[in-house]
Design a protein around this ligand. Structure first.
Ligand SMILES: Cc1cc2nc3c(=O)[nH]c(=O)nc-3n(C[C@H](O)[C@H](O)[C@H](O)COP(=O)(O)OP(=O)(O)OC[C@H]3O[C@@H](n4cnc5c(N)ncnc54)[C@H](O)[C@@H]3O)c2cc1C
Length: 296
């Protein structure tokens, strides 16, 4: 029995390198200003999906909702071993919060179809909400297992999973299909094989093919697209129209949450106080922590 997986991956701003003006007038993040990286937990999610494919067979499809440059992380998924990649991109998706993001992703997953697993990272390092996975499962009306540490077994149409909880772990069993969010140290992502990098470094989206063939007839683009599809080098693009989406549920319009401000918080050493390791010292420390709302 083989299993098909769809993996949601996100290109995120390198939040360790936020400098200069990163907010646009309209309160959305100016992602073009920030170096973009592959959200680490999503790379772990790809690895877990590939390990299931190695063991049972099946297909691994990587999808991302993002601007055209997000095709970079899809190429990395192909380098790792993904079979297909989808860029879900449209100007009308910009400024999406998790509600709008999960709506678009769930509709794209429905369109791609035939999946046993939907994998996602536990959390993206920019929004940090860990909401998209569970929200997408809800919209797909499938069970979800979050904070996955290990896939223990898959048999008789059910999967057994070890998930991390405070102070320990629990073992859960779910029927398929199921959405699974993965924690960063579940498995270590495999390195890119040089053979696959050479094979897929030229994988392209339609927009990239159009750029490549600027000034050439449409006919030529279609021929080129067919050629790329036949070689497995075509990164599919899904737009608002392809998915026949409700525009009021997408992008800024579909987002009740507005990011007010993004800035780097630099923790600087302030005034400090020596606390004696005595009963009085400890109770004074606890008072301070309560005052600063660190405790309680
Ligand atoms: C500083 C900051 C704070 C924000 N705060 C909020 C907030 O409080 N509420 C809110 O609704 N939005 C918020 N946003 C917007 C938020 O970044 C976007 O909604 C984003 O698309 C998803 O939320 P997230 O980054 O928290 O992802 P998470 O929910 O943390 O992502 C979990 C997983 O979902 C998948 N995933 C997430 N986004 C995508 C995508 N675009 N394509 C494919 N897979 C994806 C990945 O597997 C990822 O690991 C914030 C953005 C920033 C930059």
């Amino acid at each position: 029995m083989s299993f098909n997986s769809i993996v949601m991956v996100k290109q995120v701003p390198d939040t360790a390198n936020i400098f200069g003006q990163v907010m646009k007038e309209d309160g959305t993040v100016n992602r073009a200003k920030l170096p973009a990286i592959f959200n680490h937990e999503d790379r772990v999610a790809i690895e877990l999906a590939l390990q299931i494919k190695d063991k049972f067979g099946g297909k691994v499809i990587a999808i991302t909702m993002g601007p055209p440059r997000a095709s970079d992380i899809l190429r990395e998924c192909l380098f790792m071993g993904a079979d297909e990649a989808y860029l879900i991109s449209d100007r009308k998706f910009a400024g999406a919060d998790t509600l709008a993001t999960s709506y678009v992703l769930s509709e794209a997953i429905k369109k791609i179809g035939s999946y046993d697993f939907v994998f996602a990272g536990r959390q993206a390092i920019d929004g940090d909400t860990a909401q998209v996975g569970p929200q997408t499962a809800e919209k797909l009306q499938i069970p979800q297992i979050t904070y996955t540490e290990e896939v223990l077994s898959i048999k008789n149409g059910a999967v057994r999973i070890k998930r991390k909880i405070d102070g320990g772990f629990e073992i859960l069993e779910s029927t398929l299909p199921v959405l699974v969010t993965v924690i960063k140290d579940a498995v270590s992502p495999r390195p890119f094989k040089a053979r696959r990098v050479m094979a897929f470094k030229n994988a392209k989206t339609l927009l990239e093919l159009e750029k490549l063939t600027e000034g050439n007839s449409l006919l030529y683009i279609d021929q080129l697209k067919d050629e790329y599809i036949s070689k497995g080098l075509y990164i599919h693009t899904l737009t608002m129209d392809d998915l026949k989406l409700d525009e009021t549920r997408c992008g800024v319009h579909g987002s009740p949450t507005k990011v007010h401000k993004v800035e780097s918080v630099v923790l600087a050493g302030g005034n400090h106080e020596m606390i004696e390791p005595t009963k009085e010292g400890i109770s004074r420390l606890i008072d301070h922590l309560l005052e600063d709302h660190i405790l309680g």
